[in-house]
Design a protein around this ligand. Structure first.
Ligand code: SF4
Length: 240
């Protein structure tokens, strides 16, 4: 099957979700944990039928579907079918995206309940993370953010912190004036990486990541840290 299904109570906070990992991506993040997915972009009608059956068979056990990848918006026509099926069955829908497809985002946004969007690096420094990226990253990401925030849909922005690729000042720059409901700094994991050289890079110490978060001067309502040691922690909650 070219779409990998998985069950998780962590991907959609507070909900049991069927997570669908779709193949293909237009970035090549050096730390990518799903290298087997991004190199294969092919989807057949058998893949789609198998996933529809997976949803049908587990409808009583799940609250939500999560469209993840890879980059799900590369298969916008396919995921529209999954979204329609989810909505017919009163399931919530979360979309994980790299934020580079605002045109496709508009086609599905009305039926999405939660978007988690990656901000890989300061928008003029994507070269730090991926050898391949569009020249207008900044424009695309800002368009996506504006579409989501204008729609009122919950937006989580998130960055994976890889010590060899980013420095604390990059996180300051990413979050400065960032318009979203929640920001999550994710600890880099060195188990499986697209660039095999990163497998020998130490995972960052969660306490160092807490210090980075505490140094931020931002008005984002919530800032979280996701680490192997402590799971998902709220570090800053800005209440009006
Ligand atoms: S980490 Fe995500 S955005 Fe980056 S290459 Fe992998 S699937 Fe694509």
């Amino acid at each position: 099957m070219n779409i990998q299904p998985n069950y998780s109570s962590l991907d959609f906070p507070g909900k049991m979700a069927l997570v669908l990992f779709t193949p293909g991506c237009d970035l090549r993040c050096k730390y990518c944990h799903n290298p087997q997915l991004i190199k294969n972009e092919h989807l057949s009608r058998w893949d789609v039928e198998e996933i529809e059956e997976e949803i049908d068979n587990n409808i009583d056990f799940i609250d939500a579907i999560v469209l993840s990848g890879g980059e799900p918006l590369l298969h916008v026509d396919v995921i529209k079918g999954f979204i329609a099926k989810a909505k017919q069955n009163n399931l919530l829908v979360k979309l994980d995206t790299n934020g580079l497809h605002p045109d496709k985002l508009t086609e599905v946004l009305d039926d999405i309940d939660y978007v988690a969007m990656d901000i890989k690096a300061p928008l003029d420094k994507y070269y730090k993370i991926s050898d391949v990226y569009p020249s207008n990253v900044s424009e695309l990401i800002n368009q996506s953010i504006n579409l989501i925030m204008d729609s009122g849909i919950f937006l989580e922005c998130r960055t994976t912190y890889v010590p060899d690729l980013l420095v604390p000042e990059d996180i300051v720059e990413i979050t400065r004036n960032l318009n979203c409901d929640m920001y999550t700094l994710q600890q880099f994991r060195n188990r499986v990486t697209l660039d095999s050289g990163l497998s020998s890079v130490d995972e960052p110490n969660p306490e160092d990541l807490v210090r980075i978060i505490e140094s931020l001067d931002v008005s984002i309502p919530e800032i979280h840290l996701k680490s192997n040691q402590f799971g998902n922690q709220t570090i800053i909650r800005n209440m009006d």
